[in-house]
Design a binder for this molecule. Structure first.
Ligand SMILES: Nc1ncnc2c1ncn2[C@@H]1O[C@H](COP(=O)(O)OP(=O)(O)OP(=O)(O)O)[C@@H](O)[C@H]1O
Ligand SMILES: [Mg+2]
Length: 263
């Protein structure tokens, strides 16, 4: 969309906007009436005890729950004002616009180059080999991996270290020019040095994408995010500016969690 294009009629002014979202697995409700807005230029952290629904809610944002047979999503979720659950929504296209990075790095068993080129190829983003080379290089540079892999692009992605694999997965998500990047505990399988690199990367990527990160690490949430959402038992208990959530939570349950009283 060009800068002069008019906003869609039902544009909420937010990059993504979820209203009254409920998620069920069979008859068990995992998410209860969650409403939240996600904005550009922000990193939004989802925190909360294990099993509270962070991953479930994150997956509603690019319809990854569609792949879980028992899952049912109710409510309204919009991307630039467009209903992502509408029958006319192209889900493959949606998942390119709202990319995802998982807890365990999951590169394809293909070359480093192919890992990054795969998405742009299926979406027809490169007109020539030179174009594709450019996309691969740019994505790897943005993911902070280029210098480490530029001389071994034909090596297997699975031969990289865990931290490098995770940056490769970020490069793969970036390659299709997403608008939103969802990250579900992207550092939990990484050592502190690899974690610091990813955090630095998230910081650099913030200006270009809306980023949502699930983390169990309170320090990480405080370091990388500008907005924090605290989930408990499937509900969104509190959502606000990260500094406020950590220094002056309004809800007792939030305070108990961030001070380590449970979790
Ligand atoms: N595929 C599934 N089928 C049935 N129930 C599920 C499924 N995935 C998650 N659940 C249930 O939904 C609830 C929320 O799980 P979810 O994985 O979203 O929590 P989480 O906050 O991401 O937890 P964690 O911090 O441990 O990753 C839990 O009660 C969980 O058992
Ligand atoms: Mg989870």
């Amino acid at each position: 969309m060009t800068e002069t294009a008019p906003a869609p009629a039902n544009d909420t002014g937010h990059k993504m906007s979820a209203k009254n979202v409920n998620v069920f697995y069979g008859s068990t409700q995992a998410i209860r009436d969650v409403s939240i807005d996600i904005d550009m230029d922000h990193v939004t952290a989802f925190i909360g005890p294990s099993g509270c629904g962070k991953s479930t809610f994150l997956r509603t944002l690019n319809r990854m729950n569609d792949t879980v047979a028992s899952a049912r999503v109710e409510g309204d979720i919009r991307l630039d004002g467009e209903d992502i659950y509408s029958p006319s929504m192209d889900v493959v296209q949606l998942r390119a616009r709202v990319g995802m990075v998982f807890q365990k790095p999951n590169p394809f068993p293909k070359s480093i180059y192919e890992n990054v080129a795969y998405g742009p190829r299926i979406h027809g983003l490169a007109a020539s080999k030179a174009d594709m080379d450019g996309i691969v290089e740019r994505s790897l540079k943005r993911a902070g991996l280029w210098e480490e892999v530029k001389d071994r692009l034909s090596d297997s992605g699975t031969a990289l270290s865990g931290g490098q694999q995770q940056r490769l997965c970020i490069a793969r998500a970036i390659a299709v020019d997403p608008e939103v990047i969802l990250m579900d505990e992207p550092c939990s399988a990484l050592d502190p040095i690899a974690t610091a690199k990813i955090e630095e990367l998230i910081h650099e990527l913030r200006g270009r994408y809306a980023i949502v990160i699930v983390t169990h690490n309170m320090q990480q949430a405080a370091r990388v995010s500008q907005r924090t959402a605290f989930f408990h038992l499937g509900t969104l208990v509190e959502y606000g500016v990260t500094d406020d959530i950590f220094t002056n939570p309004r809800q007792e349950r939030t305070k108990d969690y961030i001070t380590g009283r449970y979790g």
